[in-house]
Design a protein around this ligand. Structure first.
Ligand code: OAD
Length: 245
């Protein structure tokens, strides 16, 4: 299985990798839907929608501050490291992530597309015109956090349910679907539009593969489904580094 993927990667000119929460699981960041997943203990409607924030910004910030503290204690794992190396070795390798933890960035990934934003960025809730900013303080000085420009409420710089993804990110992700190999790693592949990228790549003629510890809704659609941890499978591939040109 791994050999077959390595062979495809070896031949590929353009490789695109879509990652999800499973890629950070070995770093200690909880996933959303698996065992111990966040959506098993919390309701997304209460914490990850614009309505939830409008209703109770302090509650929403409590949850995001708790996650920020947890993520701050985590480090990139071998899976992040391998993907970062691929992007550094070839500008034809693109990583698209649904994760907001920025562990791909911390591993040194280049040209990263962060479809769901970053938990380390904030934006003005009142849209006063200030650009989203980065603030890695844990905890933040005010709860709920405030906008340094207008003094109003600040919100986490992530995409919530019911919100649009940034058009720039959608365009970058769509362009990256014109590839020879499309690899979905550690994602349950149920949240759109991210989940649709696989079909898009397939329609463009890409060889599609999945790395996941369990079967997902994408498993039957891909050309190759490899069962295993991303932190194990990706380094195993890297023993024979894909010669991305
Ligand atoms: P999920 O929690 O839905 O799925 C994580 C996937 O990772 C599952 O399929 C697990 O089997 C797999 N997994 C767990 N550990 C793994 C490991 N060590 N190696 C490989 N795979 C492993 O997370 P996402 O698919 O990322 O969106 O979820 C997508 C979006 O739904 C998130 O970005 C978030 C969430 O609601 C928003 O908040 C908007």
């Amino acid at each position: 299985m791994i050999d077959r993927l390595a062979e495809q990667l070896q031949r590929a000119r353009r490789v695109t990798v879509l990652t999800g929460a499973g890629v950070s699981a070995a770093s200690g960041v909880p996933t959303f839907r698996g065992a111990g997943g966040l959506w098993r203990s919390f309701r997304a409607e209460d914490l990850a929608t614009p309505d939830a924030f409008a209703r109770d910004p302090t509650l929403v910030w409590e949850w995001y501050e708790w996650r920020r503290a947890m993520i701050a204690a985590c480090k990139p794992n071998a899976a992040h490291d391998v993907l970062a190396r691929w992007t550094r070795e070839s500008n034809q390798c693109t990583v698209i992530t649904q994760n907001v933890d920025d562990l791909h960035l911390r591993a040194g990934t280049e040209r990263l597309v962060r479809l769901h934003g970053s938990i380390w960025e904030l934006a003005c809730w009142d849209q006063c015109g200030v650009r989203p900013w980065r603030d890695e303080r844990v905890p933040l000085p005010n709860r709920p956090a405030t906008c340094p420009t207008c003094g109003g409420l600040a919100r986490p710089g992530v995409v919530w349910f019911g919100e649009m993804l940034s058009q720039d990110d959608i365009d970058a992700a769509s362009m990256a679907c014109a590839c020879d190999v499309f690899l979905a790693v550690g994602t349950s592949a149920v949240v759109y539009p991210a989940a649709g990228l696989l079909q898009q790549a397939k329609a463009n003629g890409a060889f599609t593969a999945e790395i996941n510890i369990e079967t997902t809704s994408a498993s039957s659609a891909v050309d190759l489904a490899i069962q295993g941890g991303a932190e194990v499978v990706l380094p195993a591939l890297a023993i024979r580094p894909p010669k991305l040109r």
